[in-house]
Design a protein around this ligand. Structure first.
Ligand code: CO
Length: 140
């Protein structure tokens, strides 16, 4: 296992358009990607880019109330930080590493919002932090 860069912080929201307006009008963000639906995670998602290729904010609005993010929002009505995502050079090496330590990997690696393979690790095995592990996009 080799820790890569902090790719993004996942922020859940009950209203994606309101959150986009917040990052634009309150936080001064000038580079926010067009929202799209990521069916595999039942979310509508977009990215707030911070300057100089910095860590992104991933804004997530559930498309179904019984989805993972939908259930999380039931307990966190305003939304807020949902997960953090670290890059790794090899997703399969990382999965084997976490499993060898008894960490609960949630599902098989699948294509995430950046088009590369990702998986999540259970927050109870990660100091309370839902953790997304993502293979570094090629060319980065
Ligand atoms: Co994410």
């Amino acid at each position: 296992m080799k820790l890569g860069r902090l790719n993004h912080i996942g922020v859940a929201t009950p209203d994606l358009d309101a959150s986009i307006a917040f990052y634009r009008d309150v936080m001064g963000a000038s580079d926010i990607t067009e929202p799209f639906v990521l069916e595999s995670q039942q979310v509508r998602v977009c990215f707030v880019n911070t300057p100089n290729g910095g860590t992104q904010i991933e804004l997530l609005q559930p498309t179904a109330p019984d989805s993972a993010v939908g259930k999380w929002l039931e307990k966190n009505l305003l939304g807020g930080q949902h997960h953090i995502c670290y890059e790794v050079p090899d997703i399969h090496v990382a999965k084997a590493w976490f499993e060898s330590l008894g960490k609960r990997v949630l599902g098989e690696p699948r294509i995430g919002a950046h088009g590369t393979l990702i998986f999540f690790v259970h927050p109870k095995d990660m100091g309370g932090q839902l953790t997304e592990i993502m293979e570094t996009p090629k060319g980065h």
